[in-house]
Design a protein around this ligand. Structure first.
Ligand SMILES: Cc1ncc(COP(=O)(O)O)c(C=O)c1O
Length: 481
């Protein structure tokens, strides 16, 4: 060792971590990953869109520095031979709001997003949701890097550590773990098969006891109103109105996290309009709506948008100025070009959106029919699907042969059922990973609130058929039917 060099000393990195990093909770679902590598396992676990649904399956990039074009392969196109013939180039009509141009898209952009893209999204929101409060006060759109980014932006802008936030009894784990890391206790509002129950929301707000709860009455309800994750529930319009009225009464804002909105089942395709959203009944400017292209284009597009009252969305935008700084310009260029190629609003609404919902609806209906056929109703049932990516299979633990043995906890019983499915080589996700603390239930009540999330998004038709049959056989054995 030369003079001046000393032996290296190990830095204690844990000392450097912020409060948030130390409290960073990660979803327990990752513990299920090892099961996926078991040979022959059929996975209904992950909620990933199917790559065959992505509207881009190859790209050529023109690269002036290397003086060539390169081909980027995609789903089922491994060479440029698989490319669709290039259409003859015609610049976007001047009348179209969308004016994609890489030289603009790749520049640092305007604070809310690229002007042409934001304007198009605003037209889209007006066409689909037409927020009633726009008559009195303007609303604004902020481009985000998807709904994960959107939720983060809203939580950081509107909440302080210790603030409680209301969520669904069974909620998206990404949001639950993020709330925990930010020190925001998430409280679950009881649900049934149509989503959160209005009377339970009213009850929770009217009985809120600051001392008992350790914090003030919540200011926000964060809800996934269409084809929710995990429960696959869509809140009917009438129930949404009741919830909206309760929120007005208690001064609650609604965060409408709605990435599955256009994956809802539309029995008559384009003639079945998408359901009523909270934004479309918003007379006060109390809804912050989060949309995402993750399920419509692809999760890797990292592109979404927030719609809400201008004053609030401006503050939310400030938070993004020093964090994600809008989605990638490549993404905006590609998405706006796709939307234009589909024929703008008309083509998007009349052709593409009914198509993408039908792709997932077929899978949802197939899985649902197979459950009715192969899974004994004494052991488990699932409500009819509303679309999205998930079915919510309720385990009828109240009819399980070992339910009267109170030395066995419900959690152990549910775990036993889950493990019996693993032995049968089918992976599902237990409801404990989605459960937000809230109301306490008796053993009898709790026995009726234990579920498995089944995703029909990624498995093939053959796998869905075989997987549901395996579930049927395993539960028949477990319930000793
Ligand atoms: C309810 C919910 N919110 C948000 C997200 C994340 O969406 P994004 O890819 O837009 O960040 C998901 C993804 O699965 C989700 O299910």
């Amino acid at each position: 060792m030369s003079s001046g060099e000393s032996s290296s000393s190990r830095i204690d990195y844990s000392r450097l971590l912020s409060w948030e990093a130390k409290h960073r909770a990660r979803s327990g679902i990752k513990m299920l990953r090892p099961y996926m590598s078991i040979p022959g396992m059929i996975s209904f676990g992950g909620g990933y869109p199917h790559a065959s649904t992505w509207p881009v399956n190859g790209m050529t990039l023109s690269l002036p520095f290397s003086g060539e074009s390169v081909f980027v392969p995609g789903y089922q196109t491994n060479s440029p031979d698989g490319l669709l013939p290039l259409a003859s180039y015609s610049p976007p009509p001047k009348t179209s709001t969308l004016q994609p141009h890489l030289a603009a898209e790749l520049q640092y952009s305007q604070t809310f997003g690229q002007v042409h893209f934001i304007s198009w999204l605003k037209e889209h929101i007006a066409r689909i949701h037409n927020p009633p409060y726009a008559k009195y006060e303007d609303y604004t759109i902020l481009n985000t890097a998807g709904n994960t980014d959107g939720v983060d932006a809203v939580l950081r802008t509107c909440m302080d550590k210790g603030d409680h936030v209301l969520v669904e009894e069974f909620a998206y784990p990404g949001t639950l773990s993020h709330c925990e890391s930010l020190g925001l206790p998430a409280i679950g509002v009881p649900m049934d098969s149509d989503g959160i129950v209005p009377s339970a929301l009213e009850d929770m707000m009217s009985r809120w006891d600051e001392n008992e709860r350790g914090g003030k009455r919540p200011k926000f309800l964060l809800v996934v109103p269409t084809c929710s994750n995990p429960a696959g529930a869509t809140i009917p319009a009438e129930r949404k109105r009741e919830i909206y009225t309760i929120c007005r009464k208690w001064g609650l804002m609604i965060i409408e996290d709605d990435p599955y909105y256009f994956l809802q089942i539309r029995p008559n395709g384009v003639d079945s309009p998408p359901c009523t959203s909270f934004l479309s009944m918003d007379i006060d400017g109390r809804v912050i709506r989060l949309d995402s292209f993750s399920k419509i284009v692809a999760p890797g597009s990292r592109c979404g948008f927030i719609t809400g009252p201008t004053e609030l969305v401006t503050h939310i935008m400030y938070s993004r100025e020093c964090s994600t700084q809008l989605p990638s310009g490549f993404s905006i260029a590609i998405i706006s070009s796709i939307l234009q190629a589909w024929g703008g609003h008309e083509g998007y609404e009349k052709n593409y959106l009914p198509y993408i919902s039908s792709v997932y609806s077929k899978r949802a209906i197939l899985m649902s029919n197979l459950i009715s056929k192969h899974v004994p109703a004494k052991a488990a049932t699932a409500p009819p699907p509303s679309g999205g990516m998930f079915l919510w299979l309720r385990l009828h633990l109240e009819d399980h042969p070992d339910i009267s043995d109170t030395s066995v906890s419900l959690e152990d019983l549910a775990e036993r059922v889950f493990q019996s499915l693993i032995e049968a080589k089918v992976l599902t996700v237990p409801s404990k990973f989605f459960k937000a603390p809230g109301k306490s239930w008796t053993r009898d009540e709790e026995a009726k609130r234990i579920f498995l999330r089944l995703s029909f998004a990624t498995a093939t038709e053959e796998e869905i058929t075989e997987g549901v049959q395996r579930i049927g056989r395993a539960l028949t054995k477990e319930w000793r039917i």
